[in-house]
Design a protein around this ligand. Structure first.
Ligand SMILES: *[C@@H]1O[C@H](CO)[C@@H](O)[C@H](O)[C@H]1NC(C)=O
Ligand SMILES: *[C@@H]1O[C@H](CO)[C@@H](O)[C@H](O)[C@H]1NC(C)=O
Length: 323
């Protein structure tokens, strides 16, 4: 009994504490960025019209300032309310903020990726440009977009389940054009539960973060232990393929080194990204489900919380640190 107890204590101690948060600490599939003009932190989430929270620090106090697209997206998708927008991904380029977003019917390939732009990121200031023109394909689901610039060329990572994670070159920030998507990560097990890619350049590598496991609908008894979300990583020197994990296993061959798994109150961390913090450098942010909420039976979207950790790269791989 004591041995078992010590084992669980050891497991719980495996990760340093997450960074502090005050004010409104709810989030779901967060995207975070600092505004160029004044350093204000923005945190965007899945939710009606894309929920927007702001703060003067990563720690808060965070304030809910409203919806990015209060009238919804101009994309029409059968069976989907156009204000029900998922998985925002925001970046800044040359005076403009770009937000990729998703309309989708849960658990189906009835999905589209759209894009909106703003010069301030204030709620209601976004101009919606609608679909980016990513072709439908039974191999992938067009959700969880993530933008990156590699050597002056723009790419979008996306995908969830089916044949998992893909990358496509963009004709412009607003359009895929005639470019063809290719696979960058695949988990052969079960129903291929990986999604939420986030590609980040650091030193000589491109690090592909993704979420593995069951994303939500958590209850006191679901899912089986270890089946919930966790954050994984692979890396590549080109950023456009050949991603491998720390053991050398290819990401297209079920690879992916664990970055953060459930511990203490942090249950099912995922939906992650990296923010280039002006003081701390690259910081990992994510959502997690409050373990106490899960134990109480689960509370749908209300159970999600915002988490963040500084990262150490001493080993060449991202390792979460305490702040
Ligand atoms: C779409 O969702 C919004 C926000 O929840 C709601 O106010 C609106 O009535 C819904 N529209 C339809 C057609 O169901
Ligand atoms: C691949 O999927 C299996 C089954 O869901 C899971 O146990 C494993 O941890 C996953 N591996 C990665 C790298 O996501």
């Amino acid at each position: 009994m004591l041995g078992l107890f010590s084992f669980f204590v050891a497991l719980a101690a495996a990760y340093p504490a997450r960074g502090p948060c005050s004010g409104n600490c709810w989030t779901h599939d967060p995207s975070m960025i600092q505004r160029e003009s004044d350093g204000t932190y923005f945190r965007f989430s899945t939710g009606t019209g894309v929920n927007t929270m702001t703060s003067s620090s990563l720690k808060g106090p965070w304030t809910n300032v409203g919806a990015a697209l209060p009238g919804g997206s101009k994309i029409t998708l059968s069976g989907v309310n156009s204000t029900d927008i998922w998985a925002p991904d925001v970046h800044y380029s040359d005076g403009t903020y770009y937000m990729y977003y998703v309309l989708s019917e849960l658990g189906t390939q009835n999905s589209e990726i759209g894009v909106a732009t703003s010069t301030t990121m204030e709620p209601g200031s976004w101009t919606d440009h609608g679909i980016i023109g990513l072709p439908a394909n039974t191999d992938y689901n067009r959700i969880d977009p993530n933008w990156i610039n590699i050597g002056g060329t723009q790419y979008l990572q996306f995908g969830s389940y089916w044949q998992d994670l893909y990358q496509v070159k963009l004709e412009s920030a607003l359009e895929v054009g005639s470019n063809t998507p290719y696979q960058i990560a695949y988990n052969a097990s079960l129903n291929h539960r990986i999604e939420a890619s986030f590609l980040f350049e650091y030193n000589d590598y491109y690090y592909l973060f993704f979420s593995s496991g069951i994303a939500g609908s958590y209850t006191a008894t679901y899912p089986a232990q270890g089946g919930e979300y966790s954050i994984r990583v692979c890396r590549s020197s080109t950023g456009t393929g050949d991603f491998v994990d720390k053991d050398g296993t290819a990401c297209v061959n079920s690879g992916g080194t664990m970055v953060l798994a459930s511990h203490n109150q942090v249950y099912g961390p995922g939906g992650q990204g990296i923010i280039q913090d002006s003081d701390l450098g690259p910081v990992l942010f994510y959502h997690f489900y409050l373990y106490s909420e899960k134990e109480a039976g689960g509370d749908g979207n209300a159970g999600y919380r915002y988490g963040w950790n500084e990262i150490g790269w001493e080993t060449g791989w991202p390792v979460v640190k305490a702040t």
